[in-house]
Every structure is written in structure tokens, then in C-alpha cells.
Design a protein around this ligand. Structure first.
Ligand SMILES: [Zn+2]
Ligand SMILES: [Zn+2]
Ligand SMILES: [Zn+2]
Ligand SMILES: [Zn+2]
Ligand SMILES: [Zn+2]
Length: 419
């Protein structure tokens, strides 16, 4: 810094005072270290160049290019020479290459100062340029021509390993379904490593399998398994919801109607849409009483057939009619008479009739047998007379009264026939 200040001071004074005989420039000399390649493999030759910026106007220069002898082997070199300065190179100086130059005036030229070839023994090493000393040039009169210094006292250059054919796989991590794998390569020369990523393979899921079936109201579940790592993935199967079918139950006389909704899948059911019971619709039929049975009214529902009986009327009882002869008595056989109900005809009583005790042929039952009895018989046969018993006139016992009976009675009355 002190040097820079003094340069500025001198420059300022130069401007304020009368211009000196020679122009003083303030360009900055710079030394640079370069190589013809940035990477090398073992035994490859690399050319190193040290150059100085144009018009450096240095009076003297001394620098070294240091390198590791186990990394590089000096092969050959050359350096620029000028009639105005003396220079020398020692490639075997200390740990590297040494260069020095000196002149009575100043180095007029710029560009390449030194070129040398190195054989790479162990690539990956660094070369360092170190300026040992640099002096401003002067005119031949001894006046400074510049306020020159070398700006960069050091420069460095790394000659990296090209890894040509020297990367060897030293580590392998297989990828999994979810994590990347990697291959690590290591350079057998310089030990540098590089990593190659192997993408994760992703799961190899099988088919979805139902692990729990969905019901009408509850979700089910499906699962699938990775064939490689056995990882599982699940997803929900939505509940299906009920599938109701409606069945209408109509109301009856006594029971309410309703609609039943039943799920065809799970059987769940509920009822709604209730309808009131209809009530019975009775019609009345009257059954009249008979002699022996009570009468009643039957109420029957025309809808459902339900029935009941009321308005009982007691049975009337039989009404006895006149006695009627059912078998007329004769002088040898008893007869029979019956009494029946006038209403229903049921036989209520039966009586035997005694045999006839009077004279046979005494039709009018006056105790005498004569022509009057014959005349009564004729009148009976002609339906002009009704006898107490027709058997009084049927003297021949043939079951009917006729003129033959009348004649037989006349013959008996005359003593010509015995009856
Ligand atoms: Zn390497
Ligand atoms: Zn997997
Ligand atoms: Zn259901
Ligand atoms: Zn009914
Ligand atoms: Zn009766």
C-alpha cells in the first residue's frame, strides 16, 4: 500500500510540474501461467507456458514455477532470449523450474518467456508460479521509464486427472422400489470418485384384491401387494347403499295398510305410507223362526266375509192340528190315527183305533142290517156320503166301496148271505 501511495504521489507531481523528457506510463505487468491442456492421463505430456503482458518495461525478473517432482517429470523446455537482456533457466532448481532475466534498460517485449514440457506421473497436482523479484526498467540514462511492478506475485494452475480408462466401479447399491441405487466409480490413478444414480424401480403391484366387501352401509377395502418389497396399498370401496323394493299391503276391514320397503341385498326393511283400516261393510239377512228353531239376523261383511248373529227370535213351537185316520179299523183289525203340526207337518201323536164291534154291514151303525145300509153304501161309492169309516161299507174287504158291497148287504139283510 505504501508503494501505491508513493506511485500516486509521483504521478501527481509529474502532472503539476513541467512534463519530463520521457513519458511515464503506469501499465501493470502481469505474469501468467498456462497449459495446453487442463486434464492429463499418466505419461501424457503437458506444455506449460509462462508469459508476461505486452510492453512490461521490467528491468529485471526472477520467478520459479514449482511442481511436485513425484507428480511431474521435466522433459524439455525453451525460453525467449533478446539481445537487450540476459536470461537463464534451470529446470532442476529446487522443487521446480527457475527463470531469471536482467537488462540495463527495460524489457521491451511481452509474450512468452518460458515454454516447457512435463510428463504427468501422477495427474491432479498443482503448479505454482512465484515471482521472486521484479524490478522496474530504466532508460539508459538511468531514469525510470515506468512505475512498474508485477501485479500478481503468484499464479497457479491445476492439471487435473483425465481419468481416461481409469474409473473403476468400487461400490454398488441396488435400487429398491422407492429408493435410488448408485454405482460409485473411483479413479485408480487419482482416487477421485464419481457417482452414477440408478433410479428407483417403482413398486410392482399385483392385482387389487378385496380384503373386506362393501355392504349397503359400510365401506369395503381393496389391497394390493408389491411383488418385490411386499409393500401394500389400500383403497376404499364405497358402500353400495340399500336397494329397496316396495311392496304395498292394502288395508283390510280391521288392519291398516302400509308399504314395506325391503333391501334386496341385506334384507333391511322399513314401512311407511300407512292407510287406515277400512272397517266392515255388513249386510243383514233375516232367518225366520220355525216350530223348533230360533229365528235370527245374520250380518255378513261383503268385503271379508266376517259375520255375526243377533236379534234372536224364539222358536214358535208346534201347532197341533186335527186328528186324521191313517188306517181305518175293520171288524178284525185295529186302525190308526195321527195328529200332526199344522205348520210343519211333524207327527205329534199316534193312536190306535179299536176294532169295529157292530153288525157287519150295519153301515149307518143303527144296530140293524137292512136296505138303508145298502143305500148308504151306494151313496158312499158315489161320493155322496162320508162314513165314519169306509170299512163299514166295504163288506167284501176288497179295499173299495162299490155296488158289489151294496148287493152283498142286501143279500145279507134277506138272509141269503152271511157276512
Ligand atoms: Zn483420476
Ligand atoms: Zn415395492
Ligand atoms: Zn341393504
Ligand atoms: Zn269385513
Ligand atoms: Zn210344527
Amino acid at each position: 500500500m505504501k508503494k501505491v501511495i508513493s506511485i500516486l504521489l509521483i504521478f501527481t507531481l509529474a502532472c503539476l510540474c513541467a512534463a519530463p523528457a520521457l513519458a511515464v506510463t503506469n501499465t501493470t505487468a502481469a505474469l501468467t501461467l498456462s497449459a495446453d491442456k487442463t486434464t492429463v492421463s499418466v505419461n501424457e505430456i503437458v506444455t506449460i507456458t509462462v508469459a508476461v503482458s505486452e510492453n512490461s518495461k521490467l528491468g529485471a525478473l526472477e520467478f520459479s514455477v514449482d511442481f511436485d517432482r513425484s507428480a511431474f517429470q521435466y522433459v524439455d523446455g525453451s525460453y525467449t532470449q533478446d539481445s537487450l537482456w540476459a536470461s537463464t533457466v534451470n529446470p532442476n532448481h529446487a522443487n521446480g523450474l527457475y527463470y531469471s532475466a536482467a537488462t540495463a534498460g527495460f524489457i521491451t517485449q511481452g509474450g512468452t518467456l518460458v515454454t516447457f514440457q512435463l510428463r504427468a506421473l501422477k495427474p491432479g497436482s498443482e503448479l505454482t508460479l512465484s515471482v521472486i523479484q521484479a524490478t522496474d526498467g530504466t532508460t539508459l540514462d538511468g531514469e525510470d521509464v515506468t512505475q512498474q511492478v508485477v501485479a500478481n506475485s503468484t499464479d497457479s494452475l491445476k492439471i487435473a486427472c483425465s481419468h481416461a480408462g481409469t474409473m473403476v466401479e468400487t461400490e454398488y447399491t441396488a435400487p429398491t422400489c422407492t429408493q435410488d441405487g448408485e454405482r460409485i466409480y473411483t479413479c485408480s490413478v487419482c482416487g477421485e470418485t464419481s457417482i452414477e444414480q440408478i433410479p428407483a424401480s417403482g413398486h410392482s403391484f399385483g392385482e387389487w384384491e378385496q380384503t373386506s366387501a362393501p355392504t349397503c352401509t359400510q365401506d369395503g377395502m381393496e389391497t394390493r401387494v408389491c411383488a418385490a418389497c411386499k409393500a401394500t396399498e389400500t383403497r376404499v370401496l364405497a358402500a353400495t347403499g340399500h336397494d329397496y323394493t316396495a311392496v304395498v299391503t292394502a288395508p283390510t276391514c280391521t288392519k291398516q295398510g302400509y308399504t314395506t320397503h325391503t333391501c334386496s341385498i341385506c334384507g333391511d326393511s322399513y314401512t311407511d305410507e300407512y292407510k287406515a283400516a277400512l272397517g266392515h261393510s255388513y249386510t243383514a239377512v233375516v232367518t225366520a223362526p220355525t216350530c223348533t228353531k230360533d229365528g235370527f239376523t245374520t250380518h255378513t261383511c261383503t268385503t271379508c266375509g266376517d259375520s255375526y248373529i243377533d236379534s234372536i227370535v224364539p222358536a214358535m213351537g208346534h201347532t197341533a192340528g186335527e186328528w186324521a185316520v191313517t188306517k181305518e179299523p175293520t171288524h178284525t183289525e185295529t186302525g190308526l190315527r195321527t195328529q200332526s203340526c199344522e205348520v210343519c207337518g211333524e207327527v205329534l201323536a199316534t193312536e190306535e183305533i179299536d176294532v169295529l164291534t157292530g153288525l157287519v154291514g150295519d153301515v149307518n151303525e143303527d144296530g140293524m142290517l137292512n136296505a138303508i145300509d145298502a143305500r148308504w153304501a151306494l151313496q158312499t161309492a158315489a161320493d155322496l156320503r162320508v162314513l165314519r169309516y169306509s170299512t163299514l161299507a166295504d163288506v167284501n174287504g176288497d179295499g173299495t166301496v162299490s155296488v158289489v158291497d151294496a148287493r152283498w148287504i142286501l143279500q145279507a139283510a134277506a138272509g141269503l148271505r152271511t157276512l
